[in-house]
Write a protein of this length. Structure first.
Length: 317
């Protein structure tokens, strides 16, 4: 009797501690996403292009992760040879295809759509796929929280009906596809209990071996060659070290702590945090609508993330 009465409170405390760690990691992941966005605009204003920033993100992260993957091969090669299909799927979901879809979408849709459509797909598809694949319940509270998040994203982006053109719809479809891939990445990561650091290494190195050669083949890297040294090295640090490796690792870790349905909501914080970070870096003062949008996103996230979930109670060990 006494042992059972002690076990239940201990289990609750453990779940609460895991939730707190997951939220902390999620806030770090969203902050990294915001930092990447702000310094992407900073770099583009100084002569770099989106493909230049993408190659720094993939290339630097891939090089940093080479020792991690080499050590993992040396310690346990069987985990890769026996599960190679799973690792390949991870690379396809969160690696080069995801980056190409996000970059390609911007050729058709305005930047304001990038703050709405991919995060909508991440949140909604994360919830739907979590329910179908992992058995997470789509509670009324979680659906309501995500709906509030989406309203906040629309206010943050300044999305206008006049921007919803036929051409933009192609870009929007690509944004939605990218967000769905990212949600699928979280599902596969959780379903197969993959190590966050190894997942980061596999994805980064797969992009290093695919996107980076294609970039230099088509562009020759001229923009990087002629860029000011301080601009180049700032972007190496932000895009490659912090965003390239940091985004993948923190998101993977967050999935292991919170489950993919909850984790998929956190990236929606990035546009609002970017509006705040853009104030000192870019001189952009957040408007009233942006501020209200950020508050709505935060409120919706709290509602969605604090919902009881079977995935969390069974989750990270």
């Amino acid at each position: 009797m006494s042992s059972s009465t002690m076990t239940i409170p201990n289990a609750d405390n453990s779940n609460n501690a895991q939730l707190a760690r997951g939220i902390a990691v999620g806030l770090v992941a969203a902050s990294i996403g915001a930092l990447y966005t702000v310094f992407a605009r900073w770099g583009i204003a100084r002569g770099l292009t989106t493909p230049d920033l993408t190659v720094l993100r993939f290339g630097v992260a891939g090089l940093l992760m080479l020792p991690v993957l080499a050590l993992a091969f040396r310690r346990d090669l069987a985990q890769f040879t026996s599960r190679w299909r799973i690792w390949l799927l991870i690379a396809l979901l969160a690696g080069t295809p995801f980056g190409l879809l996000m970059f390609g979408a911007l050729q058709f849709a305005p930047p304001s759509h990038a703050a709405v459509f991919p995060f909508t797909a991440m949140s909604v598809m994360g919830m739907v796929l979590g329910s179908v694949v992992l058995g997470d319940h789509m509670t009324t509270r979680r659906v309501t929280g995500i709906a509030v998040v989406l309203v906040g994203l629309v206010l943050l982006s300044g999305l206008e009906l006049s921007s919803l053109t036929l051409r933009a719809s192609l870009g929007d479809a690509m944004f939605l596809a990218a967000g769905t891939l990212w949600a699928g990445f979280g599902i596969v990561l959780r379903k197969h209990r993959l190590d966050p650091l190894l997942a980061t290494a596999v994805i980064s190195i797969s992009a290093l071996l695919t996107y980076v050669p294609a970039y230099f083949w088509y562009t020759g890297g001229q923009s990087l060659v002629i860029a000011e040294p301080y601009v180049f090295w700032v972007e190496v640090l932000v895009q490659g070290v912090i965003a390239g490796a940091g985004t993948l690792y923190t998101y993977s870790k967050m999935v292991s702590l919170l489950g993919p349905s909850r984790a998929a909501v956190f990236p929606a914080l990035a546009p609002g945090l970017a509006a705040l970070m853009g104030w000192p870096v870019l001189g952009h003062v957040p408007s009233i609508l942006e501020t209200v949008g950020l508050l709505l996103v935060m409120a919706g996230l709290i509602v969605a993330v604090t919902t009881a979930t079977s995935s969390v109670t069974k989750g990270h060990k």
